[in-house]
Design a protein around this ligand. Structure first.
Ligand SMILES: Nc1ncnc2c1ncn2[C@@H]1O[C@H](COP(=O)(O)OP(=O)(O)OP(=O)(O)O)[C@@H](O)[C@H]1O
Length: 257
């Protein structure tokens, strides 16, 4: 099957089970899946489990192959997880950090690694930051370099944890466009944690909504983001309207209680 299917996944922390038997339908290849849910609902925990960063049991079938049975090094070549923020204290230029990420991916570099890394920075509109040190960049700039590091590793499963949280309106749009295009061109599975429901409605082609570690809804975003689910999962009264371009758009009128 082309895509990712999660079956009976259990994960959490030492004394706390966060996800207890999660099963999803097929998360399609070539499309962005938005992972939605309120604070603390287990989105990062789920992505970290998929990336082998949290202990987990269950099955993660990526294009028919169970990631859970792969040796860690092989799994790390296939799955890339971009956390909410890059680790602090890394004293590298942005360009060097992308070259290092490319080498770490294990796949052979065609031609010049530096040129390839620079091309990704150009694509993301941050080539001017190539010689800047990571620890001297703004939050949003770091997020963009993190995205460049993730894309250059050429994963089969790309997991992005709130990649837009520090970006301005223009970059949010730009980044989602690039991620959608790369996902389509590379025919990979991309799961993106997005808090802004309207960005999910606009840019994602599939959505999964969690509440307290359990699946509430999955499908095309327009069918997942409904007034009923907004009330049950987020506790808000929301209307789904059409914007000037005919795309669905949520307007929140208040809280349910
Ligand atoms: N390292 C940890 N140790 C113990 N519990 C943790 C740890 N990290 C997260 N948790 C708990 O796991 C639950 C799910 O957290 P998680 O970060 O996965 O949620 P989330 O949906 O990504 O939230 P947010 O939208 O706020 O980022 C929360 O109750 C949180 O307190």
């Amino acid at each position: 099957m082309d895509g990712l299917i999660v079956t009976d996944l259990h994960t959490g922390y030492r004394k706390k089970k966060i996800i207890d038997g999660l099963t999803t339908p097929l998360l399609p290849r070539g499309k962005i899946t938005a992972l939605l849910g309120p604070n603390g609902s287990g989105k990062s925990t789920l992505l970290r489990a998929m990336a082998d960063l949290n202990p987990a049991q269950g099955k993660l079938a990526l294009n028919g192959e169970d990631l859970m049975t792969l040796p860690s090094a092989r799994r790390a070549q296939k799955v890339v997880y971009l956390p909410q923020s890059l680790p602090a204290g890394v004293h590298l230029h942005a360009l060097e950090s992308v070259i290092v990420a490319r080498r770490a991916s294990g796949s052979p570099v065609d031609g010049n690694a530096g040129e390839e890394a620079f091309a990704i920075l150009e694509k993301l509109g941050v080539a001017h930051l190539a010689m800047s040190y990571l620890d001297q960049l703004s939050g949003g700039q770091k997020q963009l370099i993190g995205l460049a590091q993730s894309l250059i590793r050429q994963p089969d499963l790309l997991l992005l944890d709130e990649p837009l949280s520090a970006l301005d309106l223009n970059y949010q749009f730009h980044v989602m466009d690039i991620v959608a295009r790369e996902t389509r061109l590379r025919n990979i599975v991309t799961v993106v944690v997005i808090h802004d429901i309207n960005i999910a409605l606009r840019h994602a082609e599939y959505a999964v909504m969690l509440k307290e570690g359990a699946l509430v809804a999955s499908g095309v975003p327009g069918e997942v983001v409904t007034p009923a689910n907004l009330a049950t999962v987020y506790g808000v009264k929301g209307r789904v309207e059409k914007c000037s371009q005919g795309l669905p758009h949520v307007v929140v009128d208040g809280l349910t209680t």
